[in-house]
Design a protein. Structure first.
Length: 412
């Protein structure tokens, strides 16, 4: 149970060493019996970062900054030949997932940039022991990202058996192999379900057909967009991914959103990362698969080949949460135990507020830093049994400014 601080007067000594966005903290504490108090700390204000708008890559300088979204990475495909090796790696291999039927190659027949577009072409041909060829590229070896707006403008291939995708995978499997470390599918489309664009995330609890997300049938049924035609017209497919949510857009019209929740499905027995592992770097992937458990569920129409995914551009935007930051965050408030079992507690709180944005929370238990969290909730384990465990939570913004602490007692 949570106990309010009724008899504590606490003195903290914080030593901060700033390394990037992380803080190494040492803490000492003294305790006396008095009346309820709110501890005060000195918050170090740092704001020395170069504005993000001054760091726009030259090839992205033609892209407008809209609603604060600054282009930080892009490929406009304004060259010819193979894809830019400083941005993409071509993944040459035999398909080995989802019972797909294609061999991914780096041949110009399957992958070519024509000065305006990237063209990934699927062919019906015997190659490497398979009956189809196509291509897959990714930024795994060149660039990864955490949070932002990720956008592709493209025209999708026609035909039953096609399965194009624009998606993201974690750069490191911090929380375990797939799906434990997460997957973000920005756009998927299977040819037998024409014009139904799908966006999904996969996690340890929500994977495969049980992934969380949505599709464009919602906005079409509500008349929010004209009749959707993805195979004859270019459209933009994007997500905005932040610390606590992922939102999907079709031509800038929102059609799905999922968010962190402390009790998804009515339970909170799991660590935050089980439901929301999206606090790590992810890389971009573009591919055109043929067949597979989903794409080939209605078979493959061999009369459609060759068929191609044609991409006008791929862009990544981020918000500048550093150069304009002038204030420290407010303290988190309202600690709440969602579930308690033995020495484990799922603890949530009301988010701190900042003039820009909160980067993370530091969670201390009995004077030791035990976790960092991008979301306002954590599973705390190994509390002391039959003990008033002292909890401190502090928020940090992207400029490195720290909030006043939220303090509470959890009795086990």
């Amino acid at each position: 149970m949570i106990k309010k601080l009724l008899s504590l007067s606490l003195v903290f000594v914080f030593a901060f060493v700033f390394i990037g966005c992380d803080i190494i903290t040492t803490t000492t504490m003294t305790e006396t019996t008095t009346t309820t108090t709110q501890t005060t700390t000195t918050t170090q204000i740092t704001n020395t970062e170069t504005p993000l708008t001054d760091l726009i890559p030259e090839e992205c300088s033609v892209i407008d900054v809209v609603d604060g979204w600054v282009p930080v990475w892009c490929d406009e495909f304004s060259y010819t030949g193979t894809v830019d090796p400083t941005k993409w790696t071509v993944n040459v291999k035999k398909a080995d997932t989802n019972d797909e039927k294609q061999y991914y190659t780096n041949r110009t027949e399957n992958l070519y940039v024509d000065g305006n577009n990237l063209i990934i072409t699927a062919l019906k041909e015997s190659y490497g022991g398979l009956a189809y060829t196509s291509s897959k590229i990714w930024t795994k070896d060149t660039q990864s990202f955490k949070y932002g707006k990720f956008e592709m403008r493209a025209m999708i291939p026609y035909g039953r058996g096609t399965w194009p995708a624009f998606w993201m995978m974690p750069s490191t499997s911090k929380y375990g192999g797939w799906p434990d470390s997460g997957e973000i599918d920005i756009m998927e489309h299977v040819g037998y379900d024409l014009n139904n664009v799908v966006g999904t995330i996969h996690t340890e609890r929500f994977y495969g057909g049980n992934g969380r997300g949505g599709n464009t049938s919602l906005i079409e049924s509500k008349g929010l967009v004209p009749i959707i035609d993805v195979v004859n017209q270019y459209h933009t497919y994007s997500v905005i991914w932040d610390e606590t949510s992922i939102t999907w857009y079709f031509d800038d019209v929102q059609y799905a959103k999922v968010s962190y929740s402390s009790s998804i499905g009515g339970t909170a027995n799991y660590d935050t990362t089980v439901d929301w592992p999206f606090d790590q770097n992810f890389y971009l992937i573009l591919n055109l698969a043929i067949g597979g458990t989903w794409g080939g569920a209605m078979g493959i129409d061999d009369t459609i080949f060759p068929t191609a995914l044609t991409v006008d551009y791929v862009r990544v935007y981020q918000q500048d949460y550093v150069s304009g930051d002038t204030q420290a965050p407010s303290a988190p408030t309202n600690p709440h135990i969602v579930k308690q079992s033995g020495t484990s507690v799922y603890l949530t709180w009301t988010e701190a507020e900042d003039d820009m944005n909160i980067a993370k929370y530091y969670i201390y238990v009995n004077n030791a830093l035990v976790k960092k969290s991008a979301v306002p909730g954590v599973l705390i384990t190994n509390l002391k049994l039959d003990y008033d465990n002292y909890i401190v939570i502090m928020a940090e913004d992207y400029a490195g400014n720290l909030s006043m602490p939220l303090e509470t007692i959890i009795t086990t």
